[in-house]
Design a protein around this ligand. Structure first.
Ligand SMILES: Nc1ncnc2c1ncn2[C@@H]1O[C@H](COP(=O)(O)OP(=O)(O)OP(=O)(O)O)[C@@H](O)[C@H]1O
Ligand SMILES: [Mg+2]
Length: 341
């Protein structure tokens, strides 16, 4: 086998809530971005594992010291465990697609991160991947999405994730800092708002942020409700129906105004003759883009500046990692940095 054949290219979308990987051998996986270590001897005995990742970590969280490596678009660098969590998560993703993480193969990885993280966490990410991959390219998430869709010229990607909403304007070249924006009003912010609103209306009901997130993912909407949103939570131990229609709407709509404002600000900086093209080529991606009515609300916002078109991606899970993989396959050697262990 030639040297070329042994190179594995991967695109990784390192997300606050989910991380996805697409590899040149055709393998793809998505895992929830949670890493947990058994809290004590009993937990170790029950779990029989040194570390749990993704859904497994979430569903066993009562026995774990649970870490979510990203928050508000930044990799947490506070504790050693947070640093270790990123490394474990990346290693896990690479192992899932069959990459050799012991230095015996050659792996080239394009990693998409929130734009804010691109500015502050690059070195940290390099360290986390040392000895695991050979060549690295770190790009912003919305750029990876744009690349994957080949929306490279006069387009805008709005990626609503859990930790951040990221924007990029594509000008037919690698985007610069000025072409991108990050807001921390995103999915986690909605969860937080929804939690507070429901607590205020039903002070005796007990529920967790995990339940609130599930309710949101099932019943989210902006604009006029199609039907009432009814969920169940215990009130003094009794499972009780709660109508949260109004709360759901307000929490989801809290993302609309900041997104429109940022979209308009970015578009107003585009060369005047291309603004209309960009306005009519806005792509909404990320889990938050699945909120029914959201694309229409953004599109309505564009009426203030002459109108436009916003298209939501129906299945955004692998768009970022697929885009990263495509970049990995297209990029010349000079665009890569070499990681030496
Ligand atoms: N149907 C839905 N309606 C509303 N929100 C949803 C829906 N499905 C997923 N989400 C939310 O989308 C967010 C996750 O989106 P995504 O996977 O794009 O984020 P991420 O890439 O992990 O985060 P980030 O890009 O901020 O790092 C979560 O807040 C999740 O609750
Ligand atoms: Mg994301």
């Amino acid at each position: 086998m030639g040297k070329e054949a042994q190179v594995l290219n991967v695109g990784i979308d390192l997300g606050t809530s989910r991380s996805a990987i697409s590899a040149s051998n055709g393998e793809k996986f998505v895992v929830e971005s949670f890493v947990g270590w058994p809290v004590d001897m009993v937990a170790k005995k029950v779990l029989k594992r040194a570390v749990l990742i993704g859904h497994e970590a979430l569903s066993n969280r009562s026995m774990l010291d649970l870490h979510r490596p990203l928050e508000r678009g930044l990799l947490k660098e506070g504790s050693e465990k947070d640093v270790e969590a990123v490394r474990e998560l990346l290693r896990h993703l690479l192992t899932l697609v069959g990459a050799k993480t012991d230095g015996s193969g050659t792996t080239r990885a394009v990693v998409g991160v929130p734009a804010a993280s691109l500015r502050t966490n690059k070195q940290y990410l390099r360290n986390a991947l040392k000895g695991i991959v050979d060549n690295l390219m770190i790009v912003s998430e919305p750029f990876a999405v744009a690349y994957g869709l080949e929306a490279l010229l006069h387009s805008m990607v709005v990626d609503i994730g859990a930790g951040t909403t990221d924007f990029v304007v594509m000008r037919g070249r690698y985007p610069t800092e000025e072409d991108q924006r990050t807001l921390t009003t995103a999915g986690d912010f909605v969860d937080d708002q929804l939690m507070k609103l429901i607590q205020a209306r039903y002070p005796e009901a007990v529920f967790t942020v995990f339940m609130v997130r599930e309710w949101k993912e099932k019943f989210s909407f902006v604009g006029n409700p199609k039907s009432p949103v009814i969920v169940q939570a215990p009130v003094r131990g009794v499972p009780t129906d709660l109508d949260i229609t109004f709360e759901m709407r307000s929490a989801c709509e809290s993302l609309v105004a900041p997104s429109i404002e940022t979209m308009i600000d970015l578009i107003s900086r585009v060369e005047p003759e291309f603004q209309e093209k960009v306005r009519s080529n806005v792509i909404l991606s990320g889990g938050g883009g699945l909120i029914p009515g959201f694309a229409a609300a953004l599109q309505k916002g564009l009426d203030q500046i002459g109108g436009g078109k916003v298209k939501a991606l129906e299945d955004p899970v692998f768009i970022g990692s697929d885009g990263g993989l495509l970049l990995a396959q297209d990029a010349p050697d000079s665009d890569w940095e070499k990681l030496t262990a």
